[in-house]
Design a protein around this ligand. Structure first.
Ligand code: 5AD
Ligand code: SF4
Length: 476
């Protein structure tokens, strides 16, 4: 297995040099449009792409027709996301016809797969460059070559193991929340999943780099920080034998200031009692850095046989043990999960086992997916692929069960007083504001916009399946 390497200062300064070269070639004052698909990790990657683009003189625009550079940051986890990215990219052909100087680059997980690269080479001649997920730090070099060599560039290395520190990041100004990657890649090779093939091997950032980034964010007034990684529970920085994710969380909670930390995604095979203890010991508090009362623990299936076929390395007994331990140590914890329905060979009985676990655990929320066959993964080759209509029907039944549970759980909050961070004006009702509780529940309430960014207490009056309605009591 390749060892992870933190890019040398020279390598990074090379990219900075390309940034200033690009700016002098174009003269600056350019515009970049970015379209992002997929997970939070991709959103975080887009912030880095935008950060580099900004240094090269490209200001962000919300209108692709105005852009001098269009970046499409793609996802490959399910076919649906790929088809959407391809169709949107297809639409940008008109922008190129209107402005032949326009540069179009497609980045991310979709273009880290051989068959897609060939497809794009042939069918999308107006795309200037492809940049694989593990190589996005080389955007400056790629843009420079595109501008100077007038040729198409395909820069892909899905096996890369590098960590790029100290590159610019463009976060939306004034936002109360931020993402911080703590590790990249995945070594698990769940049999349905494309991620290990496109995001390379697991590599963890040094704790010092993570801590100083978080310190700076807190100083800037960021109140909610989500630590990101495909499997944060296997965080293990190079050369630090006994330092794991629980240690990183404890160190973060010792920083000065006030913030709520959450993290995703966890793998049940690597989640430990110690990690749960650290969460229990560090609740969010005024003037403290604490950990959100929420835990995303993807189950994927309620059947031991299917979990084995998925190569997940835990069984239902272990999963339920972790859930019970969490509920015991952190009684107000909101547990959420991912479920895949219609994995090859899944029987009706095995699907019913999944529904039973949903009823037993009573998740706050479940992200459920129809199994999507991914080229190059072992599950794609398995006999016993489930017909689309059965997969669709299983998803609907699962959603019915979970919606009822979610509503009951949210109803539990009615009549209670909860602490929440006021986030924004409500998207569904401009006369109200929204706040988010430490368990990630959204509350709509009437209040003054000056409250945005403050913690406050609310009395919950009403609940729907995914939202609460409350009355503002007082600021914390
Ligand atoms: N089909 C459907 N869902 C998938 N996921 C990952 N790969 C696939 C696939 N091939 C889901 C898993 C994972 C989430 C991020 O996406 O549930 O936890
Ligand atoms: Fe995919 Fe499994 Fe890795 Fe998650 S842990 S990214 S599901 S291979």
């Amino acid at each position: 297995m390749k060892k992870s390497v933190i890019l040398s200062k020279e390598e990074i300064s090379k990219q900075y040099k390309f940034m200033s070269d690009v700016k002098s070639i174009t003269g600056g004052n350019k515009k970049v449009y970015i379209q992002t698909f997929g997970c939070q990790q991709n959103e975080a990657d887009s912030e880095r792409l935008l950060g580099m683009a900004e240094q090269m003189g490209y200001e962000k625009t919300a209108d692709p027709k105005q852009a001098d550079l269009i970046l499409v940051n793609t996802c490959a986890v399910r076919e649906h996301a790929e088809l959407k990215a391809l169709s949107i990219t297809g639409g940008f052909k008109h922008c190129k016809e209107a402005n032949p100087e326009l540069i179009i680059g497609v980045c991310g997980c979709m273009v880290s797969q051989e068959h897609r690269i060939n497809d794009i080479k042939k069918r999308y001649p107006y795309i200037n460059f492809l940049l694989g997920t593990t190589l996005i730090h080389r955007l400056p070099e790629t843009l420079y070559e595109t501008l100077t060599q007038k040729k198409r560039i395909f820069r892909i290395d899905s096996d890369a193991c590098v960590i790029a520190e100290d590159l610019p990041v463009k976060r939306e100004p004034g936002k109360a929340d931020a993402w911080v990657s703590v590790m990249y890649g995945c070594n698990n090779f769940c049999s349905y999943c494309i991620v290990p093939y496109v995001r390379g091997r697991e590599r963890s950032r040094e704790p010092e780099a993570v801590l100083s980034e978080i310190k700076a964010l807190i100083k800037d007034g960021v109140k909610v920080i989500t630590l990101l990684g495909q499997n944060v529970n296997s965080y293990s920085p190079a050369g630090r034998e006994n330092y794991g994710f629980a240690d990183l969380l404890s160190d973060i909670c010792r920083l000065d200031g006030e913030a709520v930390i959450s993290f995703m995604t966890s793998h049940p095979k690597d989640a430990t009692e110690r990690l749960i203890d650290v969460i229990a010991e560090n609740p969010p508090k005024k003037n403290k850095v604490g950990i959100a009362r929420r835990f995303h623990l993807p189950l994927q299936s309620g059947s031991d046989r299917i979990l084995k076929a998925m190569n997940r390395h835990y069984d239902i007994e272990r999963y339920l043990y972790l859930v019970d331990y969490m509920k015991k140590k952190i009684p107000d914890i909101a547990i959420t999960s991912d479920i895949i329905v219609g994995f090859p060979t899944e029987t009706e009985e095995e699907f019913l086992e999944t529904l039973e676990i949903l009823k037993r655990v009573r998740f706050d929320n479940v992200y459920s997916f129809i199994y999507s066959r991914r080229n190059g993964t072992p599950a794609a080759e398995m006999d016993g692929q489930i017909p689309e209509d059965i997969k669709g029907e299983r998803l609907r039944r699962l959603l019915d069960v979970q919606t009822a549970i979610g509503k009951e759980k949210y109803l539990d909050s009615v009549g209670k007083t909860v602490r929440a961070l006021v986030e924004d004006v409500s998207k569904t009702d401009g006369a109200r504001l929204t706040a988010r509780t430490e368990t990630n529940r959204l509350i709509h309430f009437e209040g003054d916009a000056s409250l945005i960014g403050d913690y406050a207490y609310f009395y919950v009056e009403k609940a729907e399946a995914h939202e609460l309605f409350g009355r503002f009591i007082k600021k914390d």
